[in-house]
Design a protein around this ligand. Sequence first.
Ligand SMILES: *[C@@H]1O[C@H](CO)[C@@H](O)[C@H](O)[C@H]1NC(C)=O
Ligand SMILES: *[C@@H]1O[C@H](CO)[C@@H](O)[C@H](O)[C@H]1NC(C)=O
Ligand SMILES: *[C@@H]1O[C@H](CO)[C@@H](O)[C@H](O)[C@H]1NC(C)=O
Ligand SMILES: *[C@@H]1O[C@H](CO)[C@@H](O)[C@H](O)[C@H]1NC(C)=O
Length: 390
Amino acid sequence: MAPASLILLGATVILQVDLLPDKKFLLLPPVNFTIKAINLAQVLLRWEPNTDQEQRNVQLGYHVKINAPQEEDYETRNTESRRITILHKGFSASVQTVPWNDRSLQPSSWVSAELRAPPGSPGTSIVNLTCTTNTKANNYTHLRPYQVSLHCTWLVGKDAPEDTQYFLYYRYGSWTEECQEYSKDTLQRNIACWFPRTFINSKGRDLLAVYVNGSSEEAVIKPFDELFALHAIDRVNPPAKVTAEIEGTCLSIQWEKPVSAFPVHCFDYEVKIYNTRKGYFQTEKMTTNTFISVIDGISEYSIQVRAAVSSVCRAVGPSSEWSQPIYVGNDEQKPWTKWFLIAVMATICFILLIFSLICRMVLVIRWNVRHCCVFLGSLSKMSVDQIKNW
Ligand SMILES: *[C@@H]1O[C@H](CO)[C@@H](O)[C@H](O)[C@H]1NC(C)=O
Ligand SMILES: *[C@@H]1O[C@H](CO)[C@@H](O)[C@H](O)[C@H]1NC(C)=O
Ligand SMILES: *[C@@H]1O[C@H](CO)[C@@H](O)[C@H](O)[C@H]1NC(C)=O
Ligand SMILES: *[C@@H]1O[C@H](CO)[C@@H](O)[C@H](O)[C@H]1NC(C)=O
């Protein structure tokens, strides 16, 4: 509010100075400015032109300033405006009348309105909400060839009572649905939700609104909402039908576009080739559905491909998972490996044998020496005794 009042102050000062020469045309602020939540994460701002406004041949418009939850600033000639926004922190905005063309006129003062944050005890709302979407082929109807699923998970608020129950809703465009398939924690509180099919248009540009409120006997549970950009949460499917073959020294790999509502030209791919003999990875980026590489032909290769919707068709998001590895290439090196292994084992055995022989020889020698000494000792002792006896 501080910058707004400063602007206001500045405006009135200039107005007073300007007013002096002739009686200046004064713009009056709009009236009956209201903010209403009309849907999940959606508000309607509405105001009326001031009926006391002196009519001159000047076109009027409105300057709207959203102060919370996120600052935004725009002009319009309408007397209403819809905004998509999170609402769990409350929402406030101001509006003023501005000359539409004649910039020499001063704008009016501001009027403000507010939508309070929904009630609830602190620490009771969910945290760490994450959602992902995924596209599947729709076998049931040809009208919608693809169906989009939605999966969301969250953590229970740290101060939520044990009897808390949470409920999740999503809105996409004008469609709102409540979750029917929850996963629960050990206290039977909902902590994840699965929509096998939704009204989400995977090629659409609307934001996905997700809203989670809750109930408890012991506390008022604070609701939470969040907006998701589809490109950021879409789990793109890996490319389909990856095949590879080797002819001579030519490795050629083919695949099909992932199951997706986006057409063929909308994908970027990455191919990962793992040379199992040399043990190194080669990755290549491309936009076509084939990749041909020259190889030395005496190795087995493991091949995986992943896809991402290209920036040509949508804002850049995460890539798909790698496809299941497929293996090509001959195993000529295997007998060689086997012989090598056998040779290594034989060498090790031989070395061990030699060692044990040496050890034994040392032992035998030591034993012999010791016994020899004992024998000599007893011999000498005996001889002493015998000499004595003699
Ligand atoms: C503003 O609202 C009041 C009461 O709701 C109504 O009487 C009045 O006509 C409205 N003013 C305009 C310009 O619509
Ligand atoms: C939840 O989110 C907070 C911050 O957003 C992060 O610090 C924390 O590690 C997250 N907790 C879990 C279990 O992911
Ligand atoms: C649609 O059909 C494909 C194969 O024709 C199958 O793999 C897939 O599971 C089916 N999907 C559904 C939702 O039934
Ligand atoms: C949660 O929100 C939905 C949709 O706004 C509403 O119908 C429902 O009554 C709310 N539930 C609770 C427990 O507040």
